[in-house]
Design a protein around this ligand. Structure first.
Ligand code: GUN
Length: 292
C-alpha cells in the first residue's frame, strides 16, 4: 500500500510555482494576484481563505481578501465582483462558498469574468471541461488528477467509481476520468444519494473517489483488494485525544481500508493540500494568460 502524499507533492509544486514567479519578476512582469471574496463570517470559510492567503505568500503571489457583510444585498456583492473584474492588477477571483441563503450562487458565479474564474466554477469553464477545450478546472478535481499523474497510477480501462455528484468535485471528476488520454480513459460510475446497491458499486471499483461529506462512510467491506482510494472528505469531529479537542476525518475509514488498497490518500495531507496548490496553478495560468 502506498500513501498518496499530497502534502509532499504540493510542496514540490509550490516550489515550482515560486520559481515561475521569480522568472516573471526578473523579466519585469507583474506579480500574480489572487482576490478572495468572503461574505459573512462563516468559520470554515475563514479558515479556507486564510489557508489560501498563506499559500499565496509562500509562492510569492499577491493576495487580497474582500469582505462583504453577511446581510448585504446581492447587488453589493455583484458590484464588488465587477470592481475586481475591472481591476487589471488582479488575475484571479474566487468567491468563497457557501453564500448566505438570500444570495444566488449561480448569479454570483456567472458574474465572475471567465478569464479570472480560477475556481473553474463559471458555466463556460465547466462547459469547456465537458467538451475537452482549455479552461480552468476546479481545484479539487485538478489536484486529484495531479496526484494520479505524479504517482503514475494506471487509469486506462479501469472502473472508476465516484461517490458524490457535486458541481465542484463529483461531476468534473467524472468528466476528467472518462476523457480521452491520461489520466482518463476510465469507465466511470457516478453514484449519489439515490443510487441503489451503493456498496456493490464500490466493491467493483478499481479507483474509488469519495466526495460525499459523510465521515468514515466507506468501510473495508466496500473496497476491492488492491483498489486505489481517493478521499475528498473533511469533517471536523470532537476528539478527547487531541489538545485542540477535535480531529479531521475523511469519508473513508482509513485504518481498516488502507491495508486493502494499492494507493490511498490520508486525511489530512492527501487531497486537501493538492486543492490549494491547484488554485495557485490556475492563478499562475491566469497571470500568464495561458488559457484566455
Ligand atoms: N467552498 C468549498 N470549497 C470551495 C472552493 O474550492 N472554492 C470556493 N470558492 N468555495 C469553496
Amino acid at each position: 500500500m502506498i500513501i498518496l502524499d499530497g502534502k509532499k507533492i504540493s510542496s514540490q509544486i509550490k516550489e515550482e510555482i515560486y520559481s515561475s514567479v521569480e522568472k516573471i519578476k526578473i523579466s519585469g512582469g507583474k506579480q500574480p494576484h489572487l482576490a478572495a471574496v468572503i461574505v459573512g463570517s462563516d468559520g470554515a470559510s475563514e479558515t479556507y481563505v486564510a489557508h489560501k492567503v498563506k499559500a499565496c505568500e509562500q509562492v510569492g503571489f499577491k493576495s487580497t481578501v474582500v469582505r462583504v457583510n453577511e446581510n448585504a444585498d446581492q447587488k453589493v456583492l455583484l458590484e464588488k465582483i465587477d470592481e475586481i473584474n475591472d481591476n487589471n492588477d488582479i488575475d484571479g477571483l474566487i468567491v468563497q462558498l457557501p453564500l448566505p441563503g438570500h444570495i444566488s450562487e449561480d448569479t454570483v458565479i456567472e458574474r465572475i469574468k471567465v478569464e479570472k474564474d480560477v475556481d473553474g466554477f463559471h458555466p463556460i469553464n465547466v462547459g469547456r471541461l465537458l467538451i475537452g477545450q482549455p479552461g480552468y478546472v476546479s481545484a479539487t478535481p485538478y489536484g486529484i488528477i495531479e496526484l494520479i499523474k505524479h504517482y503514475e497510477i494506471e487509469t486506462s480501462g479501469k472502473h472508476c467509481v465516484i461517490l458524490g455528484r457535486s458541481n465542484i468535485v463529483g461531476k468534473p471528476m467524472a468528466v476528467l476520468m472518462s476523457r480521452k488520454g491520461y489520466p482518463g480513459d476510465s469507465t466511470v460510475t457516478l453514484c449519489h444519494s439515490r443510487t441503489k446497491n451503493l456498496e456493490d458499486w464500490c466493491r467493483q471499483a478499481d479507483i474509488l473517489i469519495v466526495a460525499m461529506g459523510k465521515a468514515e462512510f466507506v468501510t473495508a467491506g466496500m473496497v476491492k483488494e488492491g483498489a486505489v482510494v481517493i478521499d475528498v472528505g473533511i469533517t471536523r469531529a470532537p476528539s478527547e485525544k487531541t489538545r485542540s479537542g477535535w480531529k479531521l476525518l475523511g469519508d473513508v475509514k482509513y485504518d481498516e481500508v488502507a491495508p486493502k488498497t494499492s494507493y490511498i490518500t490520508p486525511v489530512p495531507g492527501g487531497v486537501g493540500p493538492m486543492t490549494i496548490v491547484s488554485l495557485l496553478n490556475n492563478t499562475l495560468k491566469a497571470a500568464k494568460k495561458e488559457i484566455y
